[in-house]
Design a protein around this ligand. Structure first.
Ligand code: NAP
Length: 249
């Protein structure tokens, strides 16, 4: 029997890479998408193959429609019929207050985090919807606890982009519920990945971890397990819902 196919955007590092490893271990053929870091993506693919799994690295910027179209066409041709999408690719920029933010930054953050997730979700729905000849499937979006906390003084723009992801999760879930597609989201708290260096503070998790009720940051693997539960049939009656993986934050 051929494997079920999953696309994980931004799977070369961090939460996406951990999710790729777990998905492969659970028997999925995994598309490891990345935007710049080809060698990191190839490392994820090599490790999956060495463990006996199936994976393919595909470059593509989720914020660029032509790249997204090509990404999904490559998956169609090289891996097969899509069963799941993890909308994981996301960015934040240097910590600053709203009054300092320029329009180019706002466009980068909103385009990558919001438009990118919409474009990938659209391509997934076009392939998975039972109304359009598909066999159903699952979409998991990466939101953030920032959607609830707001990111004051650091990145209100990023937090707002994740608020949009929350609304998209609820709305799209209702839109495609009768087409065999479940749409859910995970809201990580502070997780040890490279994203904090992108914000200009590589040690951010250790700085804020005492504000977390569980008194520690989380690992990418802890987030990946929640993502893959929502992807799996274990979550067969869950749609439009959220798992906070945030140590009680
Ligand atoms: P990360 O370590 O910074 O990794 C980002 C990944 O996304 C990399 O694989 C990167 O590819 C890829 N990427 C970035 N821009 C892209 C684009 N335009 N198109 C395609 N891929 C792109 O991030 P992370 O911490 O694992 O975060 C993953 C998701 O979880 C994000 O949506 C983030 O907002 C969310 N999240 C993270 C935390 C946290 O504390 N870490 C908390 C809440 C939510 P390259 O390697 O090619 O650059």
């Amino acid at each position: 029997m051929s494997k079920q196919v999953i696309v994980i955007t931004g799977a070369s590092r961090g939460i996406g890479a951990a999710t790729a490893h777990l998905a492969a271990a659970r028997g999925y053929a995994v598309c490891v998408n990345y935007v710049h870091n080809r060698s990191a993506a190839e490392q994820v693919v090599d490790a999956i193959r060495q463990a006996g799994g199936e994976a393919l690295a595909v470059a593509g910027d989720v914020a660029v429609e032509a790249d997204v179209l090509k990404l999904f066409q490559t998956v169609d041709a090289q891996l097969g019929k899509l069963a799941a999408l993890v909308n994981n690719a996301g960015i934040l920029e240097r910590q600053m207050r709203v009054e300092e933010m320029d329009v180019a930054r706002l466009q980068r953050v909103f385009t990558t985090n919001i438009v990118g997730s919409f474009l990938c979700a659209r391509e997934a729905v076009r392939r998975m919807s039972t109304s359009l000849g598909g066999q159903g499937g699952a979409i998991v979006n990466l939101s953030s606890m920032a959607a609830k906390l707001g990111g004051p003084g650091e990145y209100v723009d990023y937090a707002a982009s994740k608020g949009a992801i929350d609304a998209m999760t609820v709305g799209l879930a209702k839109e495609v519920a009768d087409q065999g597609i479940r749409v859910n989201a995970v809201r990580p708290g502070v997780i040890y990945t490279d994203i904090h260096a992108s914000g200009g503070e590589p040690g951010r998790v250790d700085r804020v971890k005492d504000t977390v009720p569980m008194q520690r940051g989380g690992s990418a693997e802890e987030v990946a397990r929640a993502i893959m539960w929502l992807v799996s049939d274990e979550a067969s009656y869950s749609t439009g819902t959220f798992i906070d993986v945030a140590g009680g934050r």
